[in-house]
Design a protein around this ligand. Structure first.
Ligand SMILES: [Cu+2]
Length: 283
């Protein structure tokens, strides 16, 4: 069947931590997404700004969510103000450059490429123009997912940059290590990953009860956590010096941490105590 004979729909532009809506179509579809790239200056703290090289203004770029059997039609325009060439290497695309050979665009140019992903999973996409480590470090990357696990569609409360949940919720995290150089030891302080689709292998059954999972540079993982005890949990790279570089996020589970004395209690009548200016265990 020719790609053009397949019914098409426009993929929405949705940035993490939000997720594109669940897929409702039955048969294969031609999923069209309009992507572009430009430089966007944004603050990274109170004092400094950074010139992000973005997809659609985001770093990371929009999440692409399709189903195996669909074809992906990417319309890619280079709106980069500096005149650089840019492209997209999709880790899920089989063929030279993961598609980047078809999507290398000059300033002001648009190219269209059509791909049929062959494997389920969560994948990185990124710009692969030389020098690729520089392009990645400048932020030009994103995530694509094919056949996410069941029950990926429930919404989750967001509190600023951090996750807000209730005891008993299933918290699912789609974690991408864009690299380009270092591996990540993804750990949850105060909890444990109940299910781990290691290296985002969504075809095999998930591993269970993993304290720290290794995510390679240019790789991903999908994890579930079902909290029982209220309180604040901290997602870190257990190479903990990276906390000082910002590699830390929190899951706030509503309620009193001492409301589950069957699981977590003081034997001496003391309350919770955290060190001053603690970046790991905020109240
Ligand atoms: Cu680039």
């Amino acid at each position: 069947m020719d790609f053009h004979d397949i019914e098409s729909y426009q993929h929405p532009i949705v940035f993490p931590p939000h997720m594109p809506p669940p897929i409702v179509h039955d048969g294969p579809m031609r999923v069209q997404i309009n992507m572009d790239t430009y430089i966007r200056t944004k603050p990274i703290d109170e004092e400094s700004c950074f010139d992000w090289w973005t997809y659609n203004g985001g770093s990371p770029g929009p999440i692409i969510r399709i189903r195996l059997g669909d074809v992906l039609e990417v319309h890619f325009t280079n709106n980069d103000q500096s005149g650089m060439q840019q492209n997209i290497d999709f880790h899920a695309v089989e063929g030279p450059g993961g598609g980047s050979s078809l999507l290398t665009v000059n300033q002001g140019q648009e190219k269209i490429a059509i791909f049929k992903p062959l494997r389920a999973g969560l994948f990185l996409y990124h710009c692969a123009m030389a020098p690729a480590p520089v392009h990645l470090a400048q932020g030009i990357k994103g995530a694509e997912g094919y056949n996410f696990p069941e029950h990926t569609d429930e919404s989750i409360g967001l509190l600023a940059d951090n996750l807000l949940a209730e005891p008993g919720d299933n918290i699912r995290i789609f974690f991408v290590n864009a690299g380009p150089n270092l591996v990540s030891s993804f750990h949850l302080i105060g909890g444990c990953w109940d299910r781990v689709w290691r290296e985002a292998d969504l075809i095999s059954a998930p591993a269970q009860a993993i304290q720290t999972t290794l995510v390679p540079a240019g790789g991903c993982v999908v994890v579930d956590f079902q909290p029982h005890v209220p309180g604040t949990y901290t997602m870190v790279d257990h190479s903990l010096f990276r906390i000082e570089k910002g590699a830390v996020k929190f899951i706030h589970v509503k309620g009193d941490p001492l409301s589950r004395p069957d699981l977590y209690a003081s034997g001496s009548g003391h309350g919770l105590e955290n060190c001053e200016a603690c970046k790991l265990h905020p109240k």
